[in-house]
Ligand binder design. Structure first.
Ligand code: FPP
Ligand code: MG
Ligand code: MG
Length: 315
């Protein structure tokens, strides 16, 4: 959509300004990942929901920028936690600068997003977005505390994925409704929250699928990073229900040279990838159902496309 691409280009310019610091190194570290590009799914989502609800206000545009800042802040911390060296095809902030600088730049981005959030002057929106920031930390903590746990179940994986990823989509969709002209229409609030929740879950499942089945030249980050570090995701959990040998490999934390290769093979052989993709598809369908209450519009059609992209994406 032309309007959305123009606003997204404007968002990029705004974000450059919002993340300026007095300290040159802090500015450089905070800007590093933005400059590498990225899919910008979260601001696109907020702008499309805003437009589908009747038009994009300045507050909603700022909210779109804030969601990308929060997401980027969490990635800076995530790459430290995951000891990741590549993201979006370039060195991560922890590799290019250091762990310390990456943590501080992430803190700075969280602080800047909180400042601009407060400046929206809407206490309910501040509460909702603050909740999603604490959800990010809880999701990561749930993941860390279940590393290499072969007892980890699909429902717990889905709950963790909600906190880690989908809460950001759900809460920002609800906040978008709160900032719209017809903010008293609770019907939309509920549907848009659920839309974000299902899109976010579909997005995370596909992220986890691509970690195993993705093409390295398109991904811009290290593959198989999840299960090698003990993060047992949907494809692995499906495979575990059918292949007892997988338990041995995971419980010895893939410590032998051929282990990672064998895990991947078992996941493919037991259709773990296909089953995970089917689960993502179900969430995508549930997301589409949430769009039914919106009046027909170009933005609504674009939301349909965005939901489809969640499961067809290759990176
Ligand atoms: C990417 O997941 C990471 C997230 C979706 C959330 C990361 C959140 C934190 C590290 C906590 C944030 C901290 C505060 C202060 C709230 P991934 O590692 O599965 O994806 P990747 O393959 O892109 O790295
Ligand atoms: Mg990571
Ligand atoms: Mg991680």
């Amino acid at each position: 959509m032309k309007l959305i691409s123009e606003l997204l280009a404007q968002n990029e310019r705004h974000i450059q300004r919002l993340i300026q610091s007095r300290h040159a190194l802090l500015s450089a570290a905070a800007a590093h990942l933005f400059q590498a590009g990225g899919k910008r799914i979260r601001p696109t989502f907020v702008l499309l929901v805003s437009q589908a609800l009747g038009g994009i206000s300045q507050s909603q545009q700022r909210l779109a920028e804030i969601t990308e800042m929060i997401h980027t802040a969490s990635l800076l911390h995530d790459d430290v936690v995951d000891e990741a060296s590549k993201r979006r095809g370039i060195d991560t902030v922890n590799t290019r600068f250091s762990n310390r600088i990456a943590v501080l730049a992430g803190d700075f981005l969280f602080a800047q997003s909180s400042w601009y959030l407060a400046n929206l002057n809407n206490l309910e929106v501040v509460k909702f977005i603050s909740k999603l920031i604490s959800d990010l930390a809880e999701g990561e903590m749930r993941q860390t505390s279940t590393q290499f746990s072969t007892q980890f179940e699909l429902w717990a994986y889905l709950e963790k994925s909600f906190y880690k990823t989908a809460s950001l989509f759900a809460c920002s969709a609800k906040a978008t409704c709160m900032l719209s002209n017809d903010h008293e229409d609770n019907h939309h609030h509920k549907n848009m929250y659920l839309l974000g929740q299902h899109l976010g879950i579909a997005f995370q499942i596909m992220d986890d699928v691509l970690d195993i089945s993705g093409d390295i030249s398109q991904m811009g980050k290290t593959l198989s990073a999840d299960f090698v570090s003990g993060n047992l995701t949907a494809p692995i959990l499906f495979a575990l229900t059918q292949e007892a040998g997988l338990v041995t490999l995971l419980e010895r934390e893939c410590c032998y040279t051929q282990d990672a290769y064998q895990v991947r093979q078992m996941v493919w052989d037991t259709y773990g990838i296909e089953q995970a993709k089917d689960l993502a598809f179900e969430h995508m369908q549930a997301a589409l159902a949430c769009l039914a209450s919106l009046a027909p519009s170009e933005a609504k059609d674009a939301l349909y496309d965005l939901a489809n992209q969640m499961i067809s994406r290759q990176r």
